[in-house]
Design a protein around this ligand. Structure first.
Ligand code: PMP
Length: 329
């Protein structure tokens, strides 16, 4: 019989899928690393597993302990899944602007979600930061802190990087990924640089306005990427180039991925693909571009895949025929 002992054993070893319609006219293959097939639905399953295992090994997380992290998204799902397997509790702290569907997913996995007001300064005792620090300081609690935890980039150094190298038989020439905590690009990029003697070009994709592409943290709507500070998980020596992508381009490309490639993915995927296609436009037939697709699109049906929402921000392309995508709600 062929089966896994637990869904956690299925984290990683994700496939590469060639872009077809979107890469029309290009001589360079653009291969998408499809992370939504991870059991928790995103690339963050990888870091959750490694951060927990490292904390167990160091004694920071003890049997029956509680994982406390300020997250509302993919990292929370990964941590909740790993925690359930290993018998830990999870408490996630999120600001009240986070939509209820996201909170519901975490609760469905058995996690507790503490919601904090957005409209208070960071030093206020009820703020997102204060509450998560206070909870994490309690006995038996451990805070992974994905922004500073070196197990985050290490998980990619040990899994994502080697997978891509083997899947492309060492022919990859460019790796393109969105930058959030920086863990994906730093860990995968370091591995690919080392094994190729510096040949593989590492390209970060960033929402216009974020610090990685020279901004000051100006607001943007694409989720999971871009920062207004420099996280310790990001290694500034890895990226050869950073490509800034607007929200409009990111979201239009996300919708094209669903309609033209049958890949229902999140907004940071559209952002990374927009950057990868720019790289591909100047690459040659012997180049091989791998682009990271971090999560699936189900969590974005009310936003990116909704015409009214897109139109309200002016993100629909000018030639968009009214009603052609339809209101998916
Ligand atoms: N896309 C999404 C949807 C994410 O949740 C994240 C993680 N914040 C990223 C991209 C960026 O990955 P990383 O944190 O490894 O830079």
């Amino acid at each position: 019989m062929e089966y896994a002992e637990h869904v956690v054993d299925l984290v990683g070893n994700t496939p590469l899928v060639k872009l077809n319609s979107l890469a029309t006219g290009l001589s360079t293959p653009v291969l998408a690393k499809v992370e939504y097939v991870n059991p928790g639905g995103s690339v963050k399953d990888r870091i959750a597993l490694r951060m927990v295992e490292a904390a167990e090994a160091s004694g920071e997380l003890r049997p029956g302990g509680t994982i406390v992290e300020p997250t509302s998204g993919n990292t929370g799902i990964g941590l909740a899944m790993v925690a359930q397997r290993k018998g830990y509790q999870c408490v996630f702290v999120c600001p009240d602007k986070v939509n209820v569907d996201k909170r519901n997913v975490l609760e469905a996995y058995g996690a507790e979600v503490v919601v904090c007001p957005t409209a208070v300064p960071p030093e206020h005792p009820d703020s997102y930061y204060s509450v998560s620090d206070r909870l994490a300081a309690q006995d038996g609690c451990w805070k992974p802190n994905q922004y500073a935890n070196q197990s985050n980039p290490e998980s990619h150094y040990h899994s994502t990087g080697p997978e891509i190298w083997e899947q492309t038989e060492g022919r990859i020439t460019h790796f393109v990924a969105g930058v959030g905590t920086g863990g994906t690009i730093s860990g995968t990029g370091r591995y690919l640089k080392e094994i190729s003697d510096g040949r593989v070009q590492i390209v970060g994709a960033d929402p216009e306005g974020s610090v990685y592409s020279g901004g000051k943290g100006r607001p943007y709507l694409v989720e999971g990427v871009g920062e207004d500070f420099w996280p310790a998980a990001y290694d500034r020596d890895i990226c050869d180039e950073i490509v800034a992508v607007t929200d409009a381009d990111s979201f239009q490309m996300t919708r094209r991925l669903a309609r033209e490639e049958a890949m229902l993915v999140g907004g940071s995927c559209g952002m990374a693909v927009a950057a990868a296609l720019r790289v591909a436009a100047t690459a040659g037939p012997d180049d091989v571009i791998v682009v990271m697709l971090p999560d699936g699109g189900r969590g974005y049906l009310k936003t990116i895949f909704n015409d009214s929402w897109m139109a309200s921000y002016g993100f629909l392309p000018p030639d968009h025929a009214a009603g052609s995508v339809g209101d998916v709600l």
